[in-house]
Design a protein around this ligand. Structure first.
Ligand code: ZN
Length: 578
């Protein structure tokens, strides 16, 4: 088992608080329960990963300290199907006929191996969580409700419907808060607001002419939740409802009826009590009066439970998710992020920021800088020079209480791998040749040594770098440009060509390309910036631009040493006019 990180970071502080609260509630020390809730109503947005990562990191710290802990992920798959998400492969407008049914009663997209809508979208998230080392107990709310697991709680809520109604009434006149607790992409939240009162009414139950009921049946004929409870008898538990969608009506005995659910604002606190949840964060938009977390805190007592410690987490943004890769409903999912970055990096993004800090996950060029930062931290941790808080975040990123996540054996710089993948365009033999030449003293002999990081960098190049930014090495020398060169330019190319053979490695070529302008200006190639006049920088820029033009026909490109290695010595000589 991995050691607990001794330093204090936000994860440690929450773990202290959660353990103390669990011991106050139950000194006999049963497992500490933390929870997340996810709605598989469509592709699960990468932003919603914070709903899982916040309790995961805290649970993992508690586990590292030797406590038993359960991380529940409640799959809200018994929620109603609200709308047909745009851009999901295998789904067309005909899915609209299922709106109002439970998510587990809606057919999966065409071609899916999964039995229904909810299972289809759940599966992608389960795979991503496994890759990230997130250990959890998944709970299907469909399974819970339809098996009658909550029977006592449902009957109890109906018996206390006036108490519940009284609590909800305190908030009904206030501006309505957002519905479900996980954050939604802004456009979806706006869409829901535009839908009108639907979400709010659905959240706390209708208060129709027959009185308030916190329970809604799914119709026995059409399966939709467009039902109204018209009568209920506490003694017999006989409940009568009518469906406004199909006109069906029936009277059932709630003590044996399993096709319905508590409304969200009652459902959530009921589950806190049922599971004994001690820690469950929610999106920052739920701090407002009347939000489900605040109201739940009042309702949970009716079920004999207590409100969990529930920090509000801030928005996680995405930068540079190109439209061209939005094949799965137009939203980036955790699986999309794991296509282009290792799980360690994704874990680190969550571990290093307190939940109330927002941050962005980069799908654009920023990912290269992020990886540089991560590699620098990795090196500092290895040589013992990292700060305690950074050491903690690093430890949470690279593994869990169960052990370290699989690592790339030779983690070469991401930007180098991306350039190599860019230039070699899928030719693995070429990629291996270049990677082998990066460090001749310790050459890479198999591409697998650079995997999976190499595969992630390659996927990033292929899916997130626009075509006009891809590198295309010239097929033929630019004869016109070569002919037009002045003498100093010709001399700079000669100096480069003369050094190529001896300097053919990443370090050697770096020294060479920066050194040529220095030598030309009469300095040593080893001269440091302090020993050089500022004009050298201009000369270097001019020289680099010339090389880019001759090699790839543009002003810029991948870092030159990588580019030279990628192009290969013979072809470099040809393109530079030797
Ligand atoms: Zn119906």
């Amino acid at each position: 088992m991995a050691q607990s990180t001794e330093t204090t970071d936000w994860v440690s502080r929450f773990a202290d608080e959660v353990i103390a609260e669990a011991e106050r509630r139950a000194p006999a020390k049963p497992a500490v329960v933390v929870a997340s809730g996810l709605s598989p109503s469509g592709p699960i947005h990468l932003g919603n990963l914070r709903e899982v990562m916040t309790p995961h990191l805290v649970a993992d710290e508690i586990r590292r300290r030797g406590h038993r802990v359960r991380h529940l992920i409640s799959w809200d798959d018994y929620d109603r199907y609200r709308k047909v998400p745009a851009g999901v492969a295998g789904v067309d407008e005909s899915w609209a006929e299922h709106i109002g049914k439970p998510l587990t009663s809606v057919p999966a997209p065409e071609g899916s191996p999964h039995p229904n809508w909810a299972e289809h979208f759940k599966a992608a998230m389960v795979d991503a969580l496994a890759e990230m080392g997130v250990e959890f107990d998944g709970i299907s709310q469909t399974e819970r409700y339809t098996s009658g697991a909550y029977r006592e709680q449902v009957l109890h809520a109906m018996r206390h419907r006036q108490d519940i109604d009284a609590i909800l009434a305190q908030y009904r006149t206030r501006p309505k808060a957002a519905g479900k607790k996980s954050q939604k992409p802004v456009d979806e939240a706006e869409l829901e607001a535009a839908e009108g009162s639907g979400a709010a009414a659905e959240d706390d139950g209708s208060s129709g002419s027959a009185g308030y009921y916190p329970y809604k049946p799914y119709c026995g004929n059409c399966e939709k939740d467009l039902t109204t409870v018209t009568a209920y008898d506490d003694d017999s538990t006989e409940l009568t409802y009518a469906c406004t969608a199909c006109g069906f009506s029936e009277t059932v005995r709630l003590s044996e009826f399993n096709r319905g659910k508590l409304v969200w604002k009652v459902d959530w606190p009921m589950r806190w009590a049922y599971e004994g949840v001690v820690f469950e964060p929610s999106g920052v938009d739920h701090s407002s009066p009347g939000s489900s977390f605040v109201v739940g805190g009042q309702i949970v007592g009716i079920f004999g439970g207590e409100q969990p410690i529930g920090p509000m987490y801030a928005f996680v943004g995405i930068s540079g998710m190109a439209k061209m890769s939005s094949s799965k409903g137009g939203v980036p999912t955790p699986a999309d992020a794991l296509q282009i970055m290792e799980p360690q990096l994704l874990r680190w993004l969550y571990a290093r920021r307190r939940p109330n800090q927002s941050f962005k996950i980069a799908f654009d060029q920023e990912i290269q800088r992020l990886y540089d930062e991560w590699d620098r931290l990795d090196a500092k941790v290895a040589d013992g020079s990292a700060l305690p808080g950074d050491v903690a975040a690093h430890a949470r990123a690279v593994g869990t209480a169960a052990g370290e996540l699989p690592r790339t054996p030779r983690p070469l710089p991401y930007r180098t791998l991306a350039s190599v993948a860019d230039i070699t365009a899928g030719h693995e033999d070429q990629a291996l040749r270049i990677l082998g030449e990066l460090d001749p003293a310790d050459p890479i002999t198999s591409l697998d040594r650079a995997r999976p990081r190499y595969d992630k960098a390659e996927a990033w190049i292929n899916t997130h770098v626009p075509a006009d930014q891809r590198t295309v090495v010239r097929g033929e020398p630019d004869a016109e440009l070569l002919k037009s060169l002045d003498e100093p330019s010709r001399q700079s190319l000669r100096l480069l060509l003369d050094g190529l053979a001896d300097q053919w490695s990443l370090d050697g070529l770096t020294h060479l390309v920066y050194g040529v302008p220095k030598v030309q200006a009469g300095f040593s190639a080893d001269a440091t910036p302090k020993e050089l006049p500022p004009e050298i920088k201009t000369a270097q820029r001019t020289f680099f631009a010339l090389l880019y033009h001759l090699l790839v026909g543009r002003d810029t490109g991948p870092r030159l040493p990588t580019l030279l290695l990628a192009v290969g010595q013979e072809r470099v000589r040809t393109l530079l006019g030797e």
